[in-house]
Design a protein around this ligand. Structure first.
Ligand code: NAI
Ligand code: MG
Length: 412
């Protein structure tokens, strides 16, 4: 029996292209696992009225480890319109399966590393005052609270009377009190002390484990006094347990404005749900964008790893597939680290780094060309060719290390 069972959820669009490629890489490093397919996403919604079917929830509950590609989601009205005719008007309502999965399994810690690969033509470069150009090494890991904040899902258009009445007890609600219900949309931002403490603690632990010198709490406590205030208070309380570590506090707006000024100075960043989503995308932009942005959603029992990108429908039908599978590979790398296979994780990361540095095999995004049918003709690597290049590096490196071991053994 294999040591691990991974629930694979390719989902929609390019999720179906990149996930199988990641499995090829995992097999090459002899990850001792079996893989169980699970359905998720838009197709499920249209067919069954549920984007996250119970059978998928059951598989995740059983095996605790998931690798996820991407899903398509669409606005409410379109969701209703694309539902199988028999299911329409029966009270099915679309909700993001990823958000549901995060809430269902309390995947409250989202980790998004944004670390540049030297030689990546998409790396952020900055002009020096003397006109020269410099390429700061970005090594940031964003910890995003994954289950609360503005994504808690507590929201209404035309809120019920009790909600309006409760809101009316707040003096700041006065200007909105006479707005007709159908013209009033409300999303509630919820922060609980335990969850705030937990995400801050996870951020500091990571910083300690991987030798980062600072943790930055990125919120907006001067305006969102209660929710961001609680996040900041908890970050300060946790910081006391880590005497060697510096805690910085930045505002989300200022942090994005200064993003390109000194990204190399940041280490671990911790934020509530929406702000973490924003700032991790922002930093991902500095290290190559969606083709390089991986993430892990970690709960107490279950963990699911996924590239940050979506299903990119406009590229999903291209044959051969052209999208960059590296974000998916890096998600698999995070999964390996999570289950204690650090050595296999390091080997894959090194192989990716070597391919990027060599620069011979580049997907269209790395060439900064449009990703249409002509991309391959213009010299872009296909998704499979990128995988092949990483596999070749893995093979080369293991041959070299075997030869070194052999030479070492002879020398002894
Ligand atoms: P997207 O991430 O699918 O695509 C945005 C653009 O990024 C693409 O047009 C493409 O140029 C580029 N891109 C994405 N992945 C790439 C890759 N691996 N290699 C090269 N380039 C890549 O986001 P978009 O277009 O906003 O949404 C498309 C669908 O995906 C929507 O239905 C959306 O709801 C869903 N989505 C799902 C997510 C998830 O499953 N986690 C996250 C974001 C969007
Ligand atoms: Mg996002």
């Amino acid at each position: 029996m294999a040591k691990h069972t991974v629930v694979t959820m390719p989902g929609d669009g390019i999720g179906n292209q990149v996930l199988p490629e990641a499995l090829r890489i995992l097999k090459a490093v002899k990850f001792d696992a079996e893989y169980v397919h699970a359905d998720i996403g838009w197709e499920c919604w249209c067919r069954e009225g549920n984007a996250l079917p119970q059978r998928t929830v059951d598989l995740l509950a059983k095996h605790k480890l998931g690798l996820f590609g991407a899903i398509t989601s669409k606005p409410k009205k379109q969701a209703e319109a694309e539902l199988r005719p028999e299911l329409r008007g029966k009270g099915y309502s679309y909700f993001s399966p990823i958000v549901t999965m995060r809430q269902r399994f309390s995947l409250d810690t989202c980790i998004r590393p944004c670390i540049s690969f030297p030689g990546n033509p998409l790396n952020f470069v900055r002009k020096r005052p003397d006109g020269g150009v410099e390429e700061p090494f970005v090594n940031v890991v964003v910890f995003r609270q994954n289950t609360e904040g503005l994504y808690a899902g507590v929201e209404w258009t035309d809120p019920p009377e009790q909600v309006r009445a409760a809101l009316a007890t707040h003096s700041k609600f006065k200007p909105f009190a006479s707005v007709p219900g159908t013209d009033l949309a409300i999303s509630v931002r919820i922060v609980t002390r335990n969850a705030a403490r937990k995400i801050c603690k996870a951020a500091f632990e990571w910083a300690k484990k991987y030798g980062y010198k600072s943790v930055t709490i990125c919120e907006k406590p001067n305006v969102l006094r209660e929710t961001s205030g609680m996040m900041e208070d908890e970050a300060k309380a946790v910081a006391k347990e880590y005497p060697g570590m510096v805690l910085w506090s930045t505002n989300i707006d200022a942090q994005t404005m200064w993003l390109t000024k000194n990204p190399e100075e940041y280490g671990v960043i911790v934020a509530s749900n929406l702000f973490g989503d924003v700032i991790s995308d922002a930093f991902a932009g500095l290290i190559g964008g969606l083709g390089f942005a991986a993430s892990g959603n970690i709960g107490d029992g279950v963990a699911v790893f996924e590239p940050t990108h979506g299903s990119a429908p406009k590229y999903a039908e291209l044959d051969p597939p052209i999208v960059n599978p590296i974000a998916m590979f890096l998600s698999a790398v995070m999964m390996l680290e999570h289950v204690g296979e650090a050595e296999k994780a390091r080997r894959i990361r090194d192989a990716i780094a070597a391919v990027v540095k060599e620069g011979k095999v580049r997907t269209f995004d790395m060439m900064r060309i449009p990703g249409g049918v002509n991309a391959i003709r213009q010299g872009a690597a296909s998704t499979t060719e990128m995988t092949d290049a990483v596999l070749a590096q893995l093979k080369l490196r293991s041959a070299v290390s075997e030869a070194q071991e052999f030479a070492g053994a002879r020398g002894r």
